[in-house]
Design a protein around this ligand. Structure first.
Ligand code: NAD
Length: 475
């Protein structure tokens, strides 16, 4: 059985303990990896702190060259990474290939960026510029749904700006991150990137560590609140990419046959374990029955199986805890609404739940109020658009949302009223690297991707310079 090691100060190290990694399609342990204790966490932060002065002073062209070389090796290992991702995460191999491809594209995007000095004012008396300085040690904490790409929204952005990094992946999907360590060890000086693994027990020590300057966190809203409390004593910089309960609103001018496949894909991709998945679907009453019928057809046609098997369209839920949580939502939905597709776990090994469609469910049901994070979609009936918008916004979350219409003006009118960080019209999950992504309300704050995402890894420094010698009066 392969044993994966952590990366601390350029060395691959065993942990104080080990962690079993389970394939969610088989429920079997297929690898083990090192698990850190507090001492190793402190060593990782110390290594990143020690590497910071030299790395931050390394010319950006040199940092870029190293990231480009790392990316070239990553490309050569694309499929190897994808296979490991499917094994630890469960998603179908073509989707894993797509995620790894997207992650490499992120590295390439960030490697090409810089934040040149901005001239804010320049006249005969004065010159005022804004520069961007790195922050220091960044803690990058990731969840288990997209362990590879979510890491690459953080690490290359931090590195190109001159920061050093301590990574902590989710305990159920640590392997692709540890494998990324091999690329870091080859292409970056010791200590610039360090990777530790925990069992959900070291996050607090990392986020409160006095030598960590910034926390870039992706995970649930509940953990996000703990992270925010934990960074407060040291006033660290913080980005929080948290949970969502995104609504899709289908306007009454769209044929349900046309909208259903896109909506269905947006709700069930990655077995529904997408922060920006469609988690509530609002359909006009005139089309409600037709839309439900279309969704049932799509659900029943979906091939749910081991992600390694050719032809699989949906894999298992990633871990046992989430699997049981999703089954709990289904049980509640059975009481409160009508399950018209799926609704039973598959009778086999693995955390398999087929796409489940629920209709006639009230707005106060758990499946509608909470983030299900699984392949279970409530379909809700609305009378008029105002009603749909009000209900879509009646949530503590504000990550994304979609509007579907043949009339772009109408769609835009609705999109502008949705309280979230991203709203798509007639498309979904389009996340190009140069477009900033941020949550509203309890879905978090601070951007990732784009120039805004890069700026989050820097401190702005204004230099306000008089052109007159000291003591001379301004003209
Ligand atoms: P989680 O919050 O349980 O865990 C996320 C990470 O935080 C893991 O690495 C975990 O080990 C770590 N962690 C746990 N306790 C911690 C603590 N006290 N301090 C610091 N770190 C701690 O989330 P999850 O279950 O792994 O992921 C699913 C959630 O992530 C969903 O809510 C989903 O919507 C959200 N998510 C958000 C985005 C986004 O970009 N907004 C993207 C993907 C997932």
């Amino acid at each position: 059985m392969t044993q994966y090691k952590m990366l601390i100060n350029g060395k691959f190290v065993d942990g104080a303990a080990t962690l079993d990694v389970v394939n969610p399609a088989t429920e079997e342990v297929f690898a083990t990896c090192a698990r850190a204790d507090l001492n190793q966490l402190n060593e990782a932060v110390a290594a990143a702190k020690a590497a910071f002065p030299a790395w931050s002073k390394t010319p950006i062209a040199e940092r870029r060259k190293r990231l480009e070389a790392l990316s070239a090796d990553f490309k050569a290992m694309h499929e190897e990474f994808a296979r490991l991702l499917t094994e630890e995460q469960g998603k179908p191999l073509p989707h894993a290939m797509y995620e790894v491809g997207g992650a490499i594209a992120m590295i390439d995007y960030f490697a090409a960026q810089e934040l040149p000095e901005k001239v804010l004012r320049d006249n005969e008396n004065e010159r005022i510029v804004q520069q961007r300085a790195p922050l220091g040690v960044v803690a990058a904490i990731t969840p288990w749904n997209f362990p590879v790409i979510l890491l690459m929204l953080k690490v290359p952005a931090a590195l190109i700006m001159g920061n050093t990094v301590v990574i902590k992946p989710a305990p159920t999907t640590p392997l692709t991150t540890l494998k990324f360590g091999e690329l870091c060890a080859k292409h970056l000086p010791p200590g610039v990137v360090n990777i530790i693994v925990d069992q959900n027990d070291l996050g607090g020590a990392l986020t409160s560590h006095p030598d960590v300057a910034k926390v870039a966190f992706t995970g649930s809203t509940e953990t996000g609140k703990k992270v925010m409390a934990s960074v407060s004593s040291t006033l660290k910089r913080l980005t929080l990419e948290l949970g969502g309960n995104d609504a899709a609103i289908v306007l009454d001018d769209v044929d349900p046959k046309v909208a259903a496949p896109q909506v269905f894909a947006g709700a069930t991709m990655n077995a529904g374990q997408v922060c920006l998945a469609i988690k509530r679907l609002y359909v006009h009453e005139s089309q409600y029955d037709a839309m439900c019928e279309e969704l049932v057809k799509l659900a029943n046609e979906t091939i749910v199986d081991d992600g390694m098997k050719q032809g699989t369209q949906m894999g298992p839920v990633q871990n046992k805890q989430q699997y049981e949580k999703v089954l709990g939502y289904i049980e509640d939905a059975r009481q409160r609404g009508k399950i018209i597709a799926g609704g039973e776990k598959l009778n086999r090994k693995g955390y398999f739940i087929p796409p489940t469609i629920v209709r006639d469910i009230p707005d106060d049901a758990r499946l509608v109020r909470e983030e299900q994070f699984g392949p279970v979609l409530p379909v809700l009936r609305y009378k008029d658009v105002d009603d749909a918008v009000a209900r879509a916004n009646d949530t503590e979350y504000g990550l994304g949302g979609t509007v579907w219409s043949n009339n772009l003006d109408r769609a835009l009118g609705v999109a502008q009223r949705i309280e979230s960080g991203t709203v798509w019209i007639n498309k979904h999950l389009d996340l190009p690297p140069d477009i900033p992504f941020a949550g509203a309300k309890k879905s978090g704050f601070g951007s990732e991707m784009g120039v805004e995402g890069l700026e989050e890894f820097t401190q702005a420094r204004v230099i306000n310079m008089s052109k007159a010698p000291p003591g001379a009066a301004h003209a």
